[in-house]
Design a protein around this ligand. Structure first.
Ligand SMILES: *[C@@H]1O[C@H](CO)[C@@H](O)[C@H](O)[C@H]1NC(C)=O
Ligand SMILES: *[C@@H]1O[C@H](CO)[C@@H](O)[C@H](O)[C@H]1NC(C)=O
Ligand SMILES: *[C@@H]1O[C@H](CO)[C@@H](O)[C@H](O)[C@H]1NC(C)=O
Ligand SMILES: *[C@@H]1O[C@H](CO)[C@@H](O)[C@H](O)[C@H]1NC(C)=O
Length: 304
């Protein structure tokens, strides 16, 4: 379900002003009002602009995405972590009908078989963009961070996917997702709010197909768990209340943001993930995007 600034109710308006994210009503940016529960203190990240999607599946909101229509891929997805159970669901890929037809139903839909309507193809990434490319479909909100099968199935929408090299997706990035899973499952006592997004190439953007879907140079992820078990093992002393990481999606990138380990297995070499503080992540985002980015309200200061 897409939302427009004009749909703001007064309560949300007050909230948005409190979080300091009020933007002029000229665009559809910054209004996640039907799905603010996926953000710490109901405050979406500040500093990134795009089309908001409250991701709805089987008539329930599952997570939130800031989508780039130009890039035909997300800036970030935000969700509340829950300890996973059961198997990964089959990859039944879905799309967001409201990106193509504003008046349509807000539930994500399965791609129909056969050729697709041109409005749909123009409005977002489709399966053909990824088929036979050298990139896998990288979930930014991963199915392994959710308990219910429906929440897991809802992550299989291409509006939650970016072109990701297999060496990252099946290597260090997957290891990070599993590490976050174990860390939060073991030591987070309340809600964990996770936000995962992308950093574009600085010059010379890369695309799938003919300028169809923009490839990110890096992926980033961070969580906020204000209420945690303070008896932490030494290796997790810095992991609460908030922690972050950036992962390489291109072997050839320079090493200033994330250095390359020479010891990695051949297929994963050059796809390293560097763990860091939220402040370090926000500094990289500021340098690369040229704007101040604040992911969590008051930096997830830990007052629950
Ligand atoms: C993908 O590549 C294979 C092998 O070259 C080819 O048979 C198939 O038709 C291609 N699929 C698409 C959708 O282009
Ligand atoms: C996630 O963490 C839970 C709890 O520690 C564990 O049972 C499960 O196997 C983990 N799942 C994955 C995919 O790592
Ligand atoms: C906190 O962690 C310690 C050490 O792992 C464990 O013994 C204790 O039961 C945990 N407390 C809670 C409230 O989960
Ligand atoms: C990395 O560089 C090599 C050698 O210059 C080139 O063949 C390859 O396509 C580059 N990879 C990417 C993802 O640009």
């Amino acid at each position: 379900m897409l939302t427009q600034m004009s749909g703001l109710c007064p309560l949300v308006l007050v909230l948005l002003v409190l979080c300091g994210i009020w933007v002029p009503a000229v665009s559809d940016v910054g209004d996640f009002s039907p799905c603010l529960q996926f953000f710490y203190r109901s405050c979406p990240p500040k500093g990134l602009t795009g089309t908001t999607i409250c991701q709805r599946y089987l008539n329930q909101f599952r997570f939130a995405t800031l989508y780039s229509r130009q890039r035909r891929s997300p800036w970030f997805s935000a969700y509340v972590y829950s300890v996973p159970a059961g198997k990964r669901p089959p990859a039944n890929w879905k799309f967001e009908p409201q990106l193509a037809y504003p008046g349509s139903d807000g539930n994500m839909m399965l791609f129909p078989p056969g050729s697709l309507d041109q409005n749909l193809v123009d409005s977002q990434g489709v399966e053909l963009d990824y088929i036979n490319s050298t990139y896998s479909r990288g979930h930014i909100n991963p199915s392994i961070h959710h308990k219910s099968n429906e929440d897991r199935m809802a992550t299989f929408t291409l509006t939650n996917v970016v072109p990701q090299k297999a060496g990252s997706n099946d290597g260090p990035w997957e290891t990070l997702e599993q590490h976050v899973n174990r860390t939060l499952a073991s030591f987070c006592l309340g809600e964990s709010y996770v936000v995962t997004g992308v950093i574009p190439y600085q010059s010379e953007e890369r695309w799938l197909k003919n300028h169809r879907v923009a490839v990110p140079e890096y992926l980033w992820s961070t969580y906020c768990c204000p209420n945690f078990n303070h008896s932490l093992p030494s290796e997790l002393k810095n992991a609460f209340p908030t922690y972050a990481a950036i992962g390489r999606n291109d072997r050839n990138s320079s090493q200033e943001i994330v250095p390359v380990s020479e010891k990695a297995k051949k297929e994963f070499k050059g796809y390293d993930v560097r763990r860091m503080s939220l402040e370090e992540l926000e500094k990289v985002l500021r340098d690369r995007l040229g704007t101040e980015v604040r992911i969590f309200y008051e930096g997830c200061a830990g007052l629950d």
